[in-house]
Design a protein around this ligand. Structure first.
Ligand SMILES: [Zn+2]
Length: 231
């Protein structure tokens, strides 16, 4: 790592030194420029040990009398080809037209999907295109709020940072009018009484941006034929 005079951070680069014994923390180095320069980082061929002339300190970068460094031919005996370093990526998720409409509708506690103009299937949440037909979708369709539990699992392992007592039920819910099941937690019923075909409705909590869970509506169970394509 080389901290250039005047910089607050160091950069990683090759140092042309005969061996580890010739290198020490705090030693002074200078850039050895590439023979041909193009205005890119590769213009720095490497760094090389360099003693400041008498009377010039690290705090006074004016190098009166310093000899012009010799260009480097770009060849190294033991070239560094890779490093391992921690990395972090911050990003802003931009959901696009279809999912923006979906999220905005959720703010009004409505669920909005989009219908494929070709196969007429209603996708929830919408992706903006039908994955089967490959055509764009634009017709918005409100679905639910009630739906049918098509399949589910009983969760017995407590998740880190999740304040839900086990066992609980997580399942696929086909909202009325939707041709794709979404998933959510099922509550308001003992876990061992949950069953395929159970009719459910969303339960919202104050400030929630999506349903906290789904609970039974009390309606008769849906017929298997009605949801077998949505498992
Ligand atoms: Zn389609």
């Amino acid at each position: 790592l080389v901290r250039l005079d005047g910089a607050d951070t160091a950069l990683l680069h090759a140092l042309d030194a005969p061996g580890p014994e010739a290198v020490r923390t705090g030693m002074r180095v200078r850039v050895r420029w590439a023979g041909e320069r193009s205005g890119a980082i590769t213009d720095i061929a490497c760094f090389e040990p360099h003693e400041d002339p008498p009377g010039v300190s690290a705090q006074s970068p004016g190098r009166a009398g310093a000899a012009e460094p010799a260009p480097h031919d770009g060849r190294f005996d033991d070239m560094v080809t890779g490093i391992v370093a921690p990395a972090r990526l911050d990003y802003v998720y931009s959901p696009g037209r279809a999912q923006t409409a979906f999220i905005n509708a959720l703010a009004d506690r409505r669920t909005v999907g989009e219908r494929c103009p070709s196969c007429r299937k209603v996708y929830v949440p919408p992706r903006g295109a039908c994955p089967t037909c490959g055509v764009a979708t634009s017709e918005q369709v409100e679905v639910g709020p009630r739906g049918t539990l098509t399949t589910y699992c009983i969760v017995n392992i407590k998740a880190k940072n999740l304040d839900i007592e086990v066992p609980y039920v997580y399942g696929h819910i086909a909202l009325d009018g939707a041709d794709l099941a979404l998933h959510g937690r099922i509550a308001g019923i003992p876990y061992d009484q949950v069953r395929m075909g159970l009719r459910v409705e969303p339960v919202w909590t104050d400030g929630g941006r999506y349903p906290d869970h789904y609970r039974p509506t009390g309606e008769p169970d849906a017929d298997y034929e009605a949801y077998k394509e949505l498992l």
